[in-house]
Design a protein around this ligand. Sequence first.
Ligand code: SF4
Length: 297
Amino acid sequence: MEVVKITPRGYCYGVVDAMKMVRQIAENPTAKKPIFVLGLIVHNRHAVDELNRYGVISLDGENRLELIEKVSQGTVVFTAHGVSQAVRRRAEEKGLDIVDATCPDVTKTHDLIRRLADADYTILYIGRRGHPEPEGAMGEAPDHVRLIETAADTDGLDLQGRRLAVVTQTTLSRWDTEQTIQELQARYPQIEVFNEICLATQLRQEAAVREAERCDVVIVVGDARSNNSNRLVQVVREQAGRPAYLVDTVGDIDPSWLEGKTTVGVTAGSSTPSPITREVVQFLEGYETAGATASRS
Ligand code: SF4
């Protein structure tokens, strides 16, 4: 099997830094213990397991204001997805040591939301419900921000004549977002657009779509809860017109996906550790398909 190793893929700068910060605090003998991560440091169970081996406790759950009530002492780590001001205040009130691993790109979006809210904008935030990044971003100005997934989510809202801005989650599909923004602009001509999809996400998506065109099938290595990994699958299917599958590990590869195929692309979400992706690549490089024919159109 010919394997196209799509680059860039895997850990982004925000995730690399977040993982490094947690390892450093875990190894620091003077750090207040126990060390809790509020939510999953990144949406990948292998990365979370690695931190568990350092004695770090990951608190999983959607509502981080509730999660922080489980912590009474020690150090709390805010994940790369960012937290709301209310969570930050509560951690301070509880006297916890704070390690803030929020990605600088997410912090930039939080700053933007605060500036817009101060100028009395209503902010339509395009993001995924139940994901921690929107929760943190909306918490910057709860009275001003509305979470939407599609333009139809603004049905019934009285937004005409308002100062209006649209802001996006960092890990969305650039193509999806463009379409939603165009629909919003048609509904609300006054709307100001702030596309906050981060560079790491954009580069991984663009490379995946470009390289998929010379592949019969693309395997995306990532966790089912990882938004950016799911978006990679989506953009390969929708923009390159190639079959794409998400796998957590090499064991998830279904041989039927490879039947009759000669070229497979491999990419990975920005929260996927490289060793997991390497195993997938090695497996595919050694894979021999019976009766492989060029199935690309
Ligand atoms: S995906 Fe983008 S926003 Fe998220 S941690 Fe990585 S660089 Fe930061």
